[in-house]
Design a protein around this ligand. Structure first.
Ligand SMILES: Cc1cc2nc3c(=O)[nH]c(=O)nc-3n(C[C@H](O)[C@H](O)[C@H](O)COP(=O)(O)OP(=O)(O)OC[C@H]3O[C@@H](n4cnc5c(N)ncnc54)[C@H](O)[C@@H]3O)c2cc1C
Length: 454
């Protein structure tokens, strides 16, 4: 296996920097056992890394330890009628392509294609839920095999040990190095999708109707205009899937063109009043484009997926995410718009991309699920980054925590222990206690998680 000493590794966009003593790229289970048991060559903490697309710090301490790059273990192992078993480094995009070729699809097709399946299995995910389904991808994971902190091979499955699966689905690489994941899949079904632009009041009024009609509801939030564009998706089994171009245009836009245009405005329109006007006009145009062009009755579900390239330069799409109970959401959404406007008036900073959000079903399959207590709706501010964005996120975290929001450890940067404790309560203690039982020497525990769980 490839081993490098004292390297500098950055997350996909450069937000997080790591200086592990060793960075290792295992290719087999034997390699993983060796990494876990040889504490001299592979110093503690051992932290697994997928494609490093988490927006929060996930892959180790600033200095020292071992970063285990799991991407070389990336074979699709076998299919059954309704499951697929893969190695940990297979990405969501690779998996969905292989499924498509067999007339299959995942239950949840998150927008991001880069995420590795092991990360899906043990970390939080977001995508608007189809009624009757689970909220998060990990809930469709039926079994995993991993190498424990003691270097033993262990299998955990929903059939044999549902309680342990609940822990595992929120384990963030703290229970072991996952080397095999089995996940449920289903036949490919065409999907209809539409976008509607509306005021916050209309969204509040129509949301129950969308739910009653069985739509998966995602939304773009334009806080400075106090408007949303609602995306409604639904299975359409009556027709064969055909179209994908609408998604392709949308994806290209979010990945590249929207950040590029907004950065152009930031750079070239320096007068505050005209800057705000230029951005408002751009967002207005975006809303019209989405409503008129991103629509189809028979799209391929796989076509929603976006690959975000490593080292994207300035044109990157960054976000954070907190979820709220559905019943309080619409008041909080109004507060959020006021919060953004107030923050701008105090600091001059505006989020230069629309925020997004997802309506997510209740899901108790993962212990640290953000919809444990009931269906949730999220608010995910987005931007092309920078120091002022990070300042904004610190205030946003406080805003959400005060309003009973729940974060995602992998998708909410700059969390502190108090926020985690407030959001997860006794579940955090349960998780910490189980982690301590499985890894009493802290072989996999870095400083970030030590603080969050202490
Ligand atoms: C631009 C952008 C768009 C995004 N869009 C979405 C979206 O639409 N939906 C969504 O859900 N998420 C989205 N995300 C977030 C992303 O999917 C998650 O943060 C995901 O966890 C990242 O996976 P990764 O493979 O990069 O893993 P990493 O970030 O490297 O790691 C995530 C966690 O998994 C653990 N891990 C990784 N491999 C293993 C292993 N083999 N064994 C044990 N533990 C392991 C790591 O230790 C870590 O705790 C987006 C992120 C970006 C940057």
């Amino acid at each position: 296996m490839d081993t490098q000493q004292d390297v500098t590794v950055k997350s996909w966009d450069g937000t997080w920097t790591y200086h592990p003593r060793v960075r290792v790229t295992p290719e087999s289970v034997d390699d993983l056992v060796e990494i876990m048991t040889d504490t001299v060559r592979f110093p503690t903490p051992v932290r697994p890394a997928g494609s490093m697309h988490s927006t929060a710090r996930m892959n180790g301490d600033d200095e020292g330890g071992t970063m285990v790059d799991m991407k070389a273990m990336n074979r699709i192992l076998h299919f059954s009628e309704d499951t697929v078993t893969v190695e940990p480094g297979v990405t969501h995009d690779e998996l969905t392509r292989a499924l498509k070729a067999r007339g299959l699809q995942p239950y949840i097709t998150t927008e991001i294609g880069n995420t590795t399946i092991a990360a899906f299995a043990c970390a939080a995910t977001k995508d608007s839920s189809f009624p009757g389904g689970f909220g998060q991808v990990s809930s469709y994971v039926t079994a995993v095999r991993l190498v424990t902190p003691q270097g033993e091979i262990r299998e955990i499955s929903e059939a044999d040990n549902p309680k342990e699966m609940q822990f595992l689905r929120s384990s963030y690489g703290l229970f072991g190095l996952i080397f095999e994941v089995t996940i449920k899949v289903r036949p490919t079904t065409a999907m209809s999708m539409r976008h509607y632009s509306m005021t916050l009041e209309s969204f509040r009024k129509f949301f129950p109707v969308y739910k009653a009609r069985g739509y998966a509801v995602m939304y773009y939030i334009f806080p400075y205009a106090k408007r949303v564009v609602v995306e409604l998706r639904k299975d359409n089994p009556e027709v064969e899937p055909k179209s994908r171009l609408q998604w392709a245009y949308r994806n290209r836009f979010w990945r590249k063109y929207a950040p590029a245009v907004t950065l152009w405005i930031d750079k070239n329109v320096t007068n505050r009043k005209w800057h705000a006007r230029a951005q408002d006009f751009f967002f207005y145009t975006l809303r019209q484009l989405m409503v008129w062009f991103v629509r189809s009755e028979r799209s391929w579900p796989h076509a929603q997926i976006i690959n975000y390239p490593r080292n994207p330069g300035k044109t990157k799409y960054l976000f954070s995410m907190w979820s709220f109970r559905e019943e309080n959401f619409f008041d909080i959404l109004e507060d959020y718009c006021d919060f953004c406007i107030f923050h701008e008036s105090q600091t001059g900073f505006r989020c230069n991309l629309p925020s997004v959000g997802y309506a997510i079903c209740r899901d108790c399959e993962a212990l640290l699920s953000y919809t444990w207590e009931g269906p949730g709706m999220s608010i995910d501010p987005a931007s092309t980054g920078g120091p002022e964005w990070e300042e904004f996120l610190l205030s946003y975290n406080a805003f959400c925590s005060e309003r009973g929001g729940t974060p995602l450890f992998n998708q909410t940067p700059f969390l502190n222990r108090e926020m985690a404790r407030r959001a997860f309560g006794p579940r955090l203690q349960q998780f910490a206690a189980r982690r301590q039982e499985l890894d009493p020497d802290g072989r996999l525990l870095d400083q970030h998680f030590r603080e969050l769980l202490s």
